[in-house]
Design a protein around this ligand. Sequence first.
Ligand code: PGA
Length: 225
Amino acid sequence: MKKLFIIANWKANKTTADANEWFKGLAQVDYSNYNLDSKEIIICPPLLLVPAVKTLISSLKIPKLKLKLGVQDISSVKEGAFTGENPVRLVQEFAEYAIIGHSERRKNFNENDDLLMKKILNAYDAEITPVFCVQDENTFIPEKISLIAYEPVFAIGTSNPDTPENAERVTKLIREKNKIIYSLYGGSVTPDNVNSFTRQEHIDGVLVGGASLDPVKFSGIIINS
Ligand code: PGA
């Protein structure tokens, strides 16, 4: 059975109370009939919620779910006199993964290839694995990257996912051109469509936005993937 990454990207959503409720909901689901051994589930909350989510993951210990922590972004600077930034060494205490290059950051915060390269190097220095988002087969992918998420902009938050066939075509092409080990799909993933993506040869999981906000939908994605 191939390894699958199921990533929840909460974006700028949820308070501490919401996160508590979400984990309660996730823990209430009966997973006993499913083999989830090959699935790594990575929760990416807003940065301020990361310590609380770390505590929730370790205290709840939901049997069968391999839960890991990720961040939605990482600083392009390391530490020091950079007001408003978070030192990468602090993030390292909590997170094993960092989403880098999401189209919402490229578009709304003008993140370009040079800046993304700095973030990637920072992540690797801190032994945090980048989940590098690419928007199509022509997006620049730095050499070091081993895990990408193909996320076409038209599919993000629109209920209009790419077709599994096209997602397979693009991820296959990207894997042929780069030294990628794992390629994920993201964009309007739901419990109903997740398996049409994860059963493709070159799709090793999903990056989920909207549907990850609801623990019932997200557990459906985990189970059906
Ligand atoms: P969506 O978002 O699942 O809401 O389309 C995906 C993403 O932006 O990572």
